[in-house]
Design a protein around this ligand. Structure first.
Ligand SMILES: [Zn+2]
Length: 343
């Protein structure tokens, strides 16, 4: 994509998010800065409004991020991910697939009159959109028969984020030639760095519904043929998912944009058994000692799904066996002991 086209897409995005005055200002600025270096790595105008959640206006706004694209330009807070250049299998590079599918999707969305942003690895801080879609593909050194798509919302997903994921999941499920990589969703997908506005400045707004999609495995011959030869096939599936999401989206229901708010908790005096599913009949994954701090990421009835940092994994605990704590122990950016995490 040309720099000029990127400028145009960016300006449309700004127009949608920040209003005409900003467009004039940024338009003048863009004329003086054809390299776009500042837009892509620095501090663009805030698209999120600090006081309350403002509904977006105009055509649907979609941000598409081809995974690993321009990853080397990540800012210092994400420096340790700069070498995360994506999967490779023989001469096939994941990043090329991600870009081809994203470009095909952008063209289809522009044809519908939507406002489209093609976002590099460096996400403009507090990016607001009706949907943020990160496109990736997998590879494995082990089981070459393993194939299939999977997709995930951020941790503590908002109702709209969950609805977006459900619409996309249903679009993928309808494809007879595809299979779902069930149980393949990882902590790193939920905690994808572009979602992680708790830790990083260069992340989407908490009020941007988002998904990360792993289209398939380049290490599998069936998936690889579809991934390398048919970007439009994948773009059409994603477009179908977005259209069905937008068909039932009420932009003025801003409460549905709010992520799940859950307290930090710690294991009670007896410790706590972390289970695979929210049920006493489910297998125990680990037993944690009293006081172990846990980050709830989801809720189901009387159970929390918690992230267990030492295991870098999640499981379920009964609410009655943990207590709410205001001391998270896990340092935040700028605090001593802070270490960026989340790929
Ligand atoms: Zn990837």
């Amino acid at each position: 994509m040309s720099a000029r086209r990127r400028v145009r897409i960016w300006l449309i995005a700004v127009a949608a998010g920040a209003g005409l005055i900003s467009v004039v200002a940024i338009g003048l600025w863009a004329l003086n800065e054809p390299q776009l270096a500042t837009v892509r790595t620095g501090q663009p105008p805030a698209l999120a409004v600090k006081a309350g959640i403002q509904p977006l206006h105009g055509p649907w706004v979609v941000a598409v991020q081809p995974g690993h694209w321009e990853i080397a330009q990540l800012p210092s807070e994400l420096a340790r991910l700069r070498d995360n250049t994506g999967a490779v299998y023989g001469s096939v590079r994941e990043v090329d697939i991600n870009k081809a599918v994203a470009n095909a999707l952008v063209m289809k969305m522009e044809a519908l009159g939507w406002t489209v942003m093609l976002v590099p690895a460096t996400v403009p801080p507090e990016l607001r959109a009706d949907a943020f879609v990160a496109i990736h593909a997998d590879s494995t050194d082990g089981d070459l028969a393993r194939r299939g798509w999977k997709l995930s919302s951020p941790w503590r997903a908002s109702p709209d984020s969950r609805a977006l994921a459900a619409s996309l999941r249903s679009a993928f499920s309808r494809e007879a030639n595809l299979v779902e990589d069930t149980d393949g969703i990882t902590v790193n997908m939920h905690g994808y760095f572009a979602f992680n506005n708790r830790r990083f400045v260069h992340a989407i707004s908490p009020y941007t519904p988002a998904v990360i999609i792993e289209l398939g495995f380049i290490s599998n011959s069936v998936d690889r043929a579809l991934l390398t030869r048919r970007p439009d096939f994948w773009a059409d599936i994603i477009l179908t998912g977005l259209e069905s999401y937008f068909a039932s989206l009420n932009r003025h229901d801003v409460a549905a944009l709010r992520p799940l708010e859950l307290p930090w908790v710690a294991a009670g005096a007896q410790g706590v058994a972390v289970r695979r599913a929210p049920s006493e009949d489910s297998a125990v994954l680990w037993t944690l000692g009293p006081g172990t701090v846990l980050l709830p990421v989801d809720v189901s009835g009387s159970w929390y799904e918690v992230f267990v940092r030492r295991r870098f994994a999640t499981g379920w605990v009964p609410k009655s066996e943990v207590f709410v704590t205001s001391d998270p122990h896990w340092p935040m950016p700028g605090e001593r002991g802070y270490a960026p995490a989340g790929r």
